[in-house]
Write a protein that binds this ligand. Structure first.
Ligand code: WTA
Length: 647
């Protein structure tokens, strides 16, 4: 591996105004956060409003895969994102600036307006019997009703479960069923890359397979024709306009540890798990990280380009910015349609100060060429963020020089759905940057890099990244399966949280993330489980067996490589490959479509019959020069035949 040695110091101008002004200040505060986490987080907690203060800051019990924060405290997340800002001038400040895909369609909600909309929808939910603790599934594109619905749930104590609008009917059904929801919020259709996606039909297909659905609120977005099932489906706008719907709604007094939301994410098992986040710990984590990692100042405009169907959108599109009183830009549709510079046009138009996206988006822009960027005045930008995948130094440098004109720090943030907020990240005014490194741990985050046997790695030695102690924003449980939380994260290294990532720490204490070690594949920065795709493939009538691995892919970060054994008598053909790809789309969604399908007669397995993914990954990468330990492989010749068939 080429050693990356460039270092970029924070600009003095930025440092002077920053919340954290120097490496020394960072180090001192970091020390304090580790030595006295209760003192540190209690101070953060004072920044929001409580109905009742906590009795105890934390219960630190990773030994039993358990932790809790601000125990005994009572607060409401929506209240802290809205009502708290309604005194004084902030009331009239934009909370959300929305940009629809059809050119020229924009909408701004001030804090006051958003508050009223949220209260109204909270009242609609209440009117239809939704209570504290009930789960509400939200299947919407990036339109204002999405954050409104999320905050309305939070206001009345219902637990929202946002399902990415691009997921298939089956994926939606699974998530609805697992959460046991009785209410779905969806829309007629929406815009994506110039097309209208028929979203209600997909929701209908999901609901048809789930008899428990009592009510669907349908947002009118595309204006297309939809089937409204009598007694179940009603229009959002009609519900909101009803005479008995008031624009005030008393917030529910939630316990600090009450669930705020569930978000399904892919792991090593076939079934996506419902990551459960709670009210106080999550809210405070995202507020504080938002303010410090992007060096937020009052008046800044934040654009987190991630869809709210993923954790990044939850944390840095909605809860972080709104809890801090910022303006958040929300964009519907494709960022590269109708032209590759739609993204930069939006930055220019809304005078965005903080822009946050994925390395795959940065790389896609880089491939389009500098001229698309240069066409726009991007002088408003101050901080550029990256998340979801390791960003390679080349893309980092392009982002830094071409987009940021060497004036904006690149804030490469490492974190996970499970951690709620950023864990390894630079701070704009304090941390010198090294292209490709997510740099240093955030306050209160204590990490280690371990060998298989649990001993600590040396400097620059790659190993398993673990988290040593609880952090307020960390998930509490897998919804409905409390045991699974322990089994997934705390068995590899007992008492420590296992991230699933491979990393090294250099001589300056900087972290370099090197990808997943488990069966999670990151496509465009989004998670999809290898096992989920295998299940999708084997559910096809032609398939006997399947094994799926990720491989480096220039445009997607990781691509999907599927080894497929067909049932006897089934003919191999290009049409069948296409049919299998379509099948994955229907079962999971477009992100799960394999880039390569290789028909094989046998899959490489261990003596115990376990799929040798490590070996399959090598084959998919086209390099079987060094296979490492193959002693457990049942039949070595299989590897060679798989490799030959690779073409
Ligand atoms: C990867 C996204 C390198 C990592 C917030 C992690 C990263 C997984 C980075 C979580 C980064 C995220 N550098 N790798 N800056 N950020 N990852 O749950 O493998 O969608 O475990 O959360 O993304 O993905 P998730």
């Amino acid at each position: 591996m080429m050693e990356e040695r460039r270092i970029f110091l924070p600009s003095p101008k930025l440092s002077q105004q920053a919340h954290i002004k120097s490496m020394e200040e960072y180090r001192a505060l970091y020390r304090e956060s580790i030595d006295d986490p209760e003192g540190f987080w209690a101070r953060v907690a004072e920044e929001v409003e409580w109905f009742h203060k906590w009795d105890r800051v934390m219960i630190d019990d990773f030994a039993h895969a358990r932790h809790a924060w601000f125990v005994g405290g009572k607060l409401n997340a929506a209240y802290n994102c809205l009502d708290r800002h309604l005194t004084g001038a902030r009331k009239a400040k934009a909370a959300i600036m929305w940009e629809g895909e059809p050119a020229g369609e924009t909408k701004t909600y001030t804090y006051q307006q958003l508050y009223e909309e949220v209260c109204r929808f909270a009242n609609v939910l209440k009117k239809h019997g939704v209570k504290r603790g009930d789960r509400v599934s939200i299947y919407l594109p990036m339109i204002p009703e999405l954050p409104i619905a999320m905050l309305a749930c939070a206001r009345i104590g219902a637990i929202h479960s946002v399902v990415f609008g691009g997921f298939s009917a089956e994926s939606l059904r699974d998530r609805i069923e697992d959460a046991g929801t009785t209410v779905l919020i969806c829309c007629d259709g929406y815009y994506r890359g110039g097309r209208i996606m028929d979203s209600k039909a997909t929701a209908d297909a999901a609901m048809a397979q789930y008899p428990g659905m009592q009510r669907a609120f349908v947002v009118r977005r595309s204006g297309g024709k939809v089937d409204m099932q009598k007694g179940r489906d009603t229009w959002w706008h009609e519900e909101m306009a009803a005479k008995d719907i008031a624009s005030e709604c008393k917030p529910e007094e939630m316990d600090a540890e009450d669930p705020l939301f569930i978000l399904y994410t892919s792991g090593s098992t076939g079934k996506p798990k419902g990551v459960l986040h709670t009210t106080a710990g999550y809210l405070l984590s995202v507020k504080k990280t938002f303010e410090l990692i992007f060096d937020y100042h009052d008046g800044d405009i934040m654009w987190c380009a991630a869809d709210f169907g993923w954790i990044t959108g939850h944390s840095y599109g909605l809860y972080g910015p709104l809890c801090a009183g910022a303006t958040s830009v929300i964009v519907e549709g494709s960022l590269s349609y109708p032209k590759p510079d739609r993204l930069w046009e939006i930055v220019e138009k809304h005078r965005v100060n903080i822009f946050y996206t994925t390395p795959t988006t940065v790389q896609a822009c880089m491939r389009e060429g500098d001229e698309w960027v240069d066409r726009h005045d991007l002088g408003s930008l101050r901080v550029l963020g990256s998340v979801g995948d390791p960003i390679n130094p080349e893309a980092w440098m392009w982002y830094y020089t071409v987009v940021g004109k060497e004036q904006c720090p690149i804030i490469d943030t490492w974190w996970q759905t499970e951690t709620g907020g950023a864990m390894i990240t630079p701070l704009p005014g304090a941390i010198p940057l090294k292209p490709g490194s997510a740099t240093v741990p955030f306050f209160g985050v204590e990490l280690a890099i371990l060998r298989e046997d649990g001993t600590e790695c040396e400097v620059n030695e790659g190993g398993y990244l673990v988290i040593r102690r609880p952090w307020p924003g960390m998930m509490r449980s897998s919804f409905g399966e409390p045991e699974q939380f322990k089994e997934t994260y705390f068995v590899q290294f007992p008492g420590l949280y296992f991230t699933g990532d491979w990393a090294r720490r250099d001589e300056d204490g900087y972290y370099w993330l090197m990808g997943r070690v488990d069966d999670v594949i990151k496509v465009f920065g989004y998670r999809v489980g290898a096992v989920e795709i295998e299940h999708a493939l084997t559910s096809h009538e032609a398939v006997a067996e399947a094994a799926v691995v990720g491989f480096p892919h220039e445009a997607k970060g990781q691509g999907i490589y599927a080894f497929v054994v067909l049932k006897s008598g089934v003919e191999q053909s290009e049409e069948l490959k296409k049919a299998l790809a379509d099948h994955c789309r229907t079962k999971i969604g477009p992100i799960a479509i394999p880039d390569h399908i290789q028909f094989v007669t046998v899959i490489s397995r261990t003596i115990q019959g376990k799929t040798m993914r490590r070996i399959l990954r090598k084959i998919a990468e086209g390099d079987i020069g060094d296979l490492g330990d193959t002693s457990t492989l049942a039949d070595r010749s299989v590897v060679d035949s798989l490799f030959e068939g690779r073409r």
